[in-house]
Design a protein around this ligand. Structure first.
Ligand code: ATP
Ligand code: MG
Length: 346
């Protein structure tokens, strides 16, 4: 299949993935014709491409040289990609393939058209019912993956994606960062692996992450969806990591007093400093959300909001200035505290 490259077309040069700016459209990676760049994250460039054999659009994540040049890291990456490829679930972004072309390693993913929850947060926080429904979707994907023995380690709003019909899918299981065999959080050069705003205390201590670390990150993500800002603010990654270790668990009602107390209770449990004090598993987490959403339905006499794309569109609100900007690099969020569209208000 790799030899089917039409010779008159230009292949993607393997050095191009880390230099910028690069003109990708029209280039080829094996059988994939590149349409354009979708974005860049901690691991490198993500491209939209057309699979010319299966005739569908896909997202392609290019592996940076820092990973593909290290046989041990590459082997771990490929092992994880194989594991994730077995996770076939409606709330997990599918991994279709992993391959290399001209020495450029890449992973082929289901193309998701609706953007990420991080993109959505730029317009302001979600209503508590919407935020809870997002978490239910994400939890279902996580539950399936945990059963398959996979821990995500980097759950955050930018790794929750919306498909065109509004279904929320979890992306980047083990892919968003090189998969370190220990719980290593700091690189040799002193930069942080993972995303400090959503990192569990044990990950901040460079200890091994387990399923309960994902529950902590989901609690932190829930806080961000409810309030429009991450749970701990700080001017530097180490300050935020220190807050995860030592500061009291934040209450979203301190940001917006109209958020139900039950949301604060869920965050208190999910973000407990000691993993033993958290939900024991995702099923318990889902049960609390279902109870919360059911009570919302019975209070209003309606079903809880089905979380669909049209509601995201209704959700566009004017941006206000962010409460406290954090400038740590490309993956740092820009938050807004825009007004909310609550259950029953639309
Ligand atoms: N399967 C996909 N379909 C469509 N767009 C995608 C897909 N995966 C990633 N993207 C987009 O590509 C960009 C980079 O994603 P990537 O996962 O590399 O980084 P991130 O999640 O934003 O940050 P980090 O690297 O810190 O995890 C984002 O804008 C994301 O929305
Ligand atoms: Mg990502």
């Amino acid at each position: 299949m790799l030899n089917s490259l039409p010779h008159q077309l230009q292949p993607l040069d393997s050095d191009e993935s880390e230099s910028q700016p690069v003109e990708y459209p029209g280039k080829w990676l094996g059988r994939f014709q590149i349409v354009g760049e979708l974005g860049r994250g901690g691991m490198g460039v993500v491209l939209e491409a057309r699979d010319t054999v299966l005739e569908r659009h896909v997202a392609i994540k290019l592996l940076p040289r820092s990973v593909s040049g290290r046989p041990d890291a590459l082997e771990r990456f490929l092992r994880e990609a194989r594991a994730v490829a077995k996770v076939n679930h409606p709330h997990v972004v599918a991994v279709y393939d992993a391959d290399q072309f001209n020495g450029q390693y890449y992973i082929v993913l289901e193309m998701i058209r609706g953007g990420s929850l991080q993109d959505l947060l730029k317009a302001g926080p979600l209503s508590w019912a919407e935020a809870s429904q997002v978490l239910v979707d994400a939890c279902r994907g996580v539950k399936f993956a945990h059963r398959a023995g996979l821990v995500h380690r980097d759950i955050k709003p930018s790794n929750l994606m919306r498909s065109a019909d509004g279904t929320v899918k979890l992306s980047d299981f083990g892919l968003s960062r090189p998969n370190e065999p220990t719980g290593t959080t700091m690189t040799g050069s002193g930069s942080v692996l993972g995303t400090p705003q959503y990192m569990s205390p044990e990950q901040c201590r460079s200890e091994r992450a387990d399923e309960r670390s994902d529950l902590y990150a989901m609690g932190a993500t829930y806080f961000a969806l409810l309030t429009g800002q991450p749970p701990y603010l700080g001017d530097a990654p180490l300050l935020v990591m220190n807050a995860h270790l030592l500061d009291p668990i934040p209450d979203p009602r301190d940001v917006d007093a109209s958020i139900p107390g039950a949301c604060s209770a869920i965050i208190r449990r999910a973000m407990a400093k000691d993993p033993d004090d958290r939900y024991a598993n995702v099923a318990e987490f889902i049960a609390d959300f279902e109870e919360l959403l059911a009570s919302a339905g019975s209070a209003t006499g309606t079903r809880p909001l089905p979380f669909r794309a049209s509601q995201f569109r209704e959700h566009q609100r004017p941006r206000r200035s962010p409460p406290q900007q954090q400038n740590w690099g490309a993956s740092s969020p820009s938050w807004s505290d825009g007004s909310r569209n609550r259950l029953g208000e639309s």
